[in-house]
Structures are given as C-alpha cells and as structure tokens.
Design a protein around this ligand. Sequence first.
Ligand SMILES: [Zn+2]
Length: 583
Amino acid sequence: MDFVEQLKSSVDIVKTIGEYVRLKRVGSTPRYMGLCPFHNEKTPSFSVHMSHQFFKCFGCGVGGDVIKFVMEMERISFMEALKLLAERNGIAMPKREYSDPESKLRGALMEMHETAAAAFQKNLAASSGVEARNYLSGRGVSPEQITEFGLGLSDASGQQVIRMLEPRFAPEQLEVSGLVMKRQDGSGFFDRFRGRLMFPIHNESGKIIGFGGRALRSGDEPKYLNSPETALYHKSHVLYNLHRAKDAVRKADYAVLVEGYMDVIGVYSAGVRNVVASCGTALTNTQVRALKKHSGRIVVNFDPDAAGANAAERSIQMLLDEGFQVRVLELEGDLDPDEYVKREGAEAYRGRLEKAPSYFHWLADRARKKFDMRSVEGRMQGFKFVAPSIQRIADRLERFAVANDVADYLGVDEKLVRDHFSRGSAGRPSVSRGPVVPPNERLLLNALLVSESARAEAIPQLRTLAAVDRFVTKRIFVAIFAMETPAFRFADLEGRLADADRDLLSAVIFADEVLEEEKAHQQAQACLRSLQAQDPKTELAALRAQIKTAEREGKIEEAIRLASELDQKVRSQAAMPRSSIQA
Ligand SMILES: [Zn+2]
C-alpha cells in the first residue's frame, strides 16, 4: 500500500470533516449530513459516507476523499494536505517523495515566521522593550495577554530578522517572505518591520502566516503595517484570532466580529472567547465562509467612527448574502469594544452582547430616528429604508418573516409589505441533478460496493447481461468490470470515473441504506434476477436480429453460434426463478 492509501485508511473522514463541519448521523447508517462549508445553504446537502470514506455536496457538487476535503478547506496543495493529515494523526511522513516546490516554499516561509515571532517576543521582554511594554500596560494589556497572543517588538535597526534568516534561506525565498525588503541598490535585504509592536497572525490551524505591526511613535506611518500577500498570507482569507476562537464560536453558536487586534485582545480577555477581527477592512466572502463552518450567527461590533460604520455596513451585507443571522452591537459613548471593556468591565460588555438587536431591528431603530413615525407615510418611508436589506435575505420564508416582523415593529400594514417581497429567492449554486437512477441499478450498485462476495458472484453474470448496455449507470458498471479483482475499494472505482459519473455514483451511494455483507449479497442476486427477467424479450429479439443479419450476409458459422446461444438463453430463462424485486 502506498503512503496515500495508508494515510487514507488510518484517517477517519467523519472525524476529520467533523472538525470543520457539524455533522449529524443519518439514523444508524454510516451516512452523515451537515451544512456545506463550500457554499451557502440552509438545509444540509453535504454528505459524508463513513464506510466509503467519501464526501459529497449535492448542492454545489464538490466531493471526494478526505485529502480532497482538506485541500479545499485549507486551500492547500495535495502534498500539504497529506502532510497536515499525517501530522494531525501522528503518522510519520516519508520524506523525500512528498515534497513539491510549492509546499517546500511554504514550509520555509513558516519557519521564517516562527523565527521572526520568537525574536520579536524576546525583544519585547528585553530591557529595550520597556517603551513598548509601557504602551501595552497603558492600554490595559496584561503580561498574560502578551504571552497568550504572542505579542512582540520588531527591532528598530532593520537588521535583526534578516541576520537570522540569511544564513538559513535562499535569497529567492527571502524575497517572497514578506518579512524583509530588498535594498534599492540591490545590496541585500533589510527588515520590513522596524520598531513596531508585532501581532502574529495565524491561520486556522494555528500556524503563524503573517504579522500586523503597530507604530509606537507618533509620526511613524502607517499606523498599522501588515504583511504583504505571500504564499502563506492571503489577507482576504484570514480572520484574526479564528484559530483560538473557533471552538468557542461553535459552543456559543455565534461569533463576535470586531475590527482590530486590540479589540480582539480586549474582548477575549473579558471572557468572550468567540471573537475574531477582520483587521480594518470589510469582510470578504472567503472570510465569511471560514466563519460559517463554525456558526451561521454573528454579532458585529465595529468601531463607531465613520470608517468603522462603513466597514460594518459592507461586512453585514456580505454576511446576509451568505445567509448569516446578523446582530449589531453599538456601544454607547462612542467607545470601541476594547475601550468599553476597560471602562465598563467585562460583565457589562457581555450583557450588551447578549442584548444586541438583530440587524433589521437595529436598522429599524435608525429608521425610527430618521422619519416621522406618527404618520403613515413616515412609517412607510421607514420601512422602505430597511427593505433593501431585507430583500437580500436568501431564504424566502425567512425574508417574509423578517419583513412582517419589521413592518410590525414600525407599525406598517403587513399588506403593503407583501408586494415588496414576492420576488423569487436569490441565485444559489446548484449542480444538475443528472438522470434518475432506476431502483434495480441503484440497489445493485450499492450492494456491489458493500460486498466483495456479491461482486465476485454477480460481476461475471453482469458482463453478459445486455440490459447493462441500457443502464443509466453503464459507465460505472463498465469501470467495475475493468477492475482486475473484485477486492477493490470505493476510492479505486471513484478514481476511474469522469465527473458526471462520479456525481451519479455519489447520488447512488447516498440514496439507500447501506447493507450488511450478507444482505448485500442477497440484494445483488435479487436485482440481478430481476434484471435478467426483464431482459429476455429485448435480448432474445436482439439475438434473433443478429442471426438474421448473419444469415443474410452469408456468415453461416456466426449464425449457428448465435442460434445455439439463443437456444441456451431460452432454456435458462425458463428455469429461472421469478424475482421479488420489481423495477
Ligand atoms: Zn456545497
């Protein structure tokens, strides 16, 4: 068995996917369902099959084995997915064969970031870090928080990081690391971050992939300097603190979204562990989907300034488009979350969080302030102010419910509301469902996939069954026939199929109860008999036609051979028991 097979057979796909997606077992079957992490949906169409070690989304079409899942989820290469799975499951990875240039570079970049982060932390703890430490304690950041968030200080000389990295890494690697910059005269590199308070940024697995650097002296521009895009760091994919927050997000079934590093640290320290930050920009849909894997509910708590409100507005639209239930926390006194926690205390903040109104009620409150709620026109204007946002709710029923709720809240007649919201729901990705697989084919395939003995017995008979030629799943059967031995695994079969047939196969395996070996054997036989019983007329007619053609063309030997085949078929069918299964 090669390493990939060995890895796949020792990794539990349900457990691995379960770390990203909440899965629910379907009865006592080996099938699990959940909300797809790759597209926005309200009802689960994402399925995982434990015994076939396979996943498939019937909404957006993505599917495959556990390695494919990790590749898609973490946006990493095949080799990196192997490495990650091996690491997480304590499986030793054969070194030489499994390194490609891409993952080699990323591995080098990760080492560089580890090295830099350790140096930054040392600097902050050293005597030269006193100014930075004073700044942090002035902002209420404790030594424990400094340690927990791995805060550091970049050396002002611009020489520290490059001196550590230069002996260990190639110039081509240094150049794309994001940690150093090339001198204009071409005489080497210098540190990108100099004399800044350093916030390490982690990916969802907790590896450092970039930094945010805050200026400590007034006049140092910009105030925040972030890592550039690198092979590791894609700004639009990353949410600050998600690796620490994700378990808490699941537990609380909501996330708290704030704007910056300091807000995260302040709120997290107030015991609100489910907090993440977008780091100054409006959310992207990649970030939103990263969150959606853990919960579909969120409280948006952005800074009250205009930039904050703008980012909040755009983020909220993105969240609604992705099907999130959004609440808005607006803190009184124009305080950002970090300041609020410090001034009012952790408990006060948590209380405000709990009472945060839904986005639509928050909008309706703004409308109330904006329009004259005493007149019918004013109330209608208020409603029209909220309506475009309600229109964005993807789910039709929920859209109506929210519209009625807000209309009620603003004192608007529900009848006037209805025509606003009678349009169809927003476009959703969908795969063509493909042809319907008749029960006999479906049951037969499922039985064959479960039982090797069923395969051993049924495959030779199926090879001569003319009906297979008319199967919707013909190409799947042909692939099964092409296997050298009946002792194959599901993945072997799946790997031989084109996309359309893979979809068909997924539809088949997720359609029925999976059988015990013994029952599978019986089911295969019953299906086979049923198919054979249906087959004769067409099969015999085809044979008779072939005989006629052969005779007409003067191929007498051929005609005789066919005639004896026909004779055999007629006899064997007369002796065949009737099937209990009807198509
Ligand atoms: Zn999907």
